[in-house]
Design a protein around this ligand. Structure first.
Ligand SMILES: C[S@@+](CC[C@H](N)C(=O)[O-])C[C@H]1O[C@@H](n2cnc3c(N)ncnc32)[C@H](O)[C@@H]1O
Length: 429
């Protein structure tokens, strides 16, 4: 293939035999997603390679997703390649690599350098309508395609547009009942997994996981453990400092899976109703007339208290306990309770210490910092309020902070790190 590029390019609409052929998409963003959604209607093997992969890919069945940066050796065995990274230069390099191997390549947003381009497609069974404009007017191609589709009496909703709008999904499914499982109720189970050790998960959650078609799970959950459930697993967790999927995207994914009639489990760490954003999900699902059932889980502080034998209440020193968010607390008044538990406070230990002392807490109040509760790498450090600003006594996450005289009631008190041999319970399912 030569590198000479004509000013007036023309593309010949042909139908390529793709039976048993493998197609590679390089890139995990929007351009790649659009290609996958279009190709997915054909019976072809699709592989997506990218460092950052849009979570919406996870909703698409039967595609092979590889989280890695592109390397020319990735091209081996592929029939066609779509270079869809967000970097023009990288796409051009992929083109060179493809040409060196005589592989056809299409570059996102660059028909000029592409061996082929994708027309706007409408497919019903064996009939395919493809509308092209030599890559010059994509909008018009889509419009013409939509008009053809409309006049053929078919529903226009395909691709992302329909998934964004629950009413449109309902209309689409009503017209295409084969795409939904009508026997299933449109329902989402929001279930707690507990703090990490599967032995602390309830039998009810286990049962729902066994029956699920799709599990949307938090980042901190043991992905290896979840492998034993046959459902599709979609990680939707938010991890501190990491790129994450937005809450409204999670809401949208839950609604569209439920509307398709899938048995959906939204699995959350600890208890779903403690700092788990379950409230927003319940509201969104209910607004879309989707039934919600909640299965409680063991919240991390209950497991922490059990593991390190800290009574959260005590007849002598603790008649009340409050659960608090551990960040942005300087300008909030803290609850008046004998024991305070801070979630999400790992990088705000000094701020918490100052806020409590400012609000009249004794600076010698004992404090327990406890990380990775119920997991084999779990640790606890016992200290006191005014020491939290001096050193980062326990940098591990996830971390809980318990402040109050009850901490003194635990059997072993020392300034050292307490590590407990914690065996994860293998769960028989
Ligand atoms: C978004 S909140 C979710 C809380 C969860 N719903 C619960 O009930 O435990 C995340 C915070 O919970 C705490 N956390 C969760 N799992 C933990 C664990 N295994 N060990 C220590 N802290 C944990 C940490 O404070 C972390 O920052």
């Amino acid at each position: 293939m030569n590198n000479f590029i004509h000013q007036h390019q023309e593309f010949l609409p042909i139908s390529i035999n793709i039976t048993d052929k493998k197609i590679l998409i390089v890139g995990g963003g929007n351009a790649a997603l659009t290609k996958v959604r279009s190709l997915h209607r054909f019976n072809v093997s699709i592989t997506v390679i990218g460092i950052k992969i849009d979570p919406a890919f996870l909703e698409i069945d039967n595609i092979h997703i590889i989280h890695k940066s592109y390397d020319p050796s990735d091209l081996e065995g592929f029939f066609m390649v779509y270079a869809c990274t967000d970097n023009k230069h990288t796409n051009e390099i992929i083109r060179e690599h493809c040409h060196a191997r005589s592989i056809l390549v299409s570059l996102a947003d660059n028909p000029r350098l592409s061996d082929f381009i994708s027309p706007a497609i409408y497919k019903e069974g064996d009939m395919t309508v493809a509308v092209g404009s030599n890559g010059k007017n994509v909008k018009q191609s889509v419009m013409v395609r939509n008009n053809i589709k409309k006049n053929s009496g078919q529903d226009l909703e395909d691709g992302r547009g329909s998934e964004d709008n629950p009413d449109r999904i309902r209309v689409h499914l009503a017209k295409n009942p084969e795409k939904s499982n009508r026997n299933n109720k449109q329902k989402v189970i929001i279930a707690g997994f507990g703090p990490g050790d599967p032995g602390l998960m309830t039998l009810k959650t286990n049962q729902f996981l066994l029956e699920a078609d799709v599990i949307f799970h938090d980042a901190l959950l043991d992905a290896k453990f979840l492998e034993q459930y046959p459902a599709r697993k979609i990680p939707v967790g938010k991890r501190c400092g990491q790129p994450h999927i937005r809450q409204n995207e999670i809401n949208r994914l839950l609604v569209s899976a439920a509307l398709r009639g899938e048995k959906v489990v939204r699995l959350k760490g600890g208890d779903p109703l403690i700092f788990g954003r379950a409230g927003e999900e319940i509201q969104h699902l209910t607004n879309n007339n989707i039934e919600v059932e909640i299965v409680p889980g063991i919240t991390s502080v209950f497991a922490a208290a059990a593991q390190f034998r800290i009574p959260l209440t005590h007849r002598e020193t603790g008649s009340s306990v409050a659960f608090c968010v551990g960040h942005n607390i300087s300008n909030r008044s803290l609850p008046e309770a004998d024991t305070l538990v801070f979630y999400m406070g790992a990088s705000h230990q000094c701020e918490i210490s100052k806020a409590l002392i400012d609000q009249g807490w004794n600076r010698k109040t004992p404090v327990a910092l406890i990380s990775n509760v119920s997991n084999p790498n779990s640790k606890a450090v016992i200290s006191q309020l005014d020491k939290l600003c001096k050193d980062q006594l326990l940098p591990d996450t996830p971390l809980l902070i318990i402040a109050g005289e009850v901490v003194k009631k635990m059997p072993e008190i020392s300034g050292n790190i307490i590590q407990q041999e914690k065996r994860k319970m293998p769960l028989a399912i």
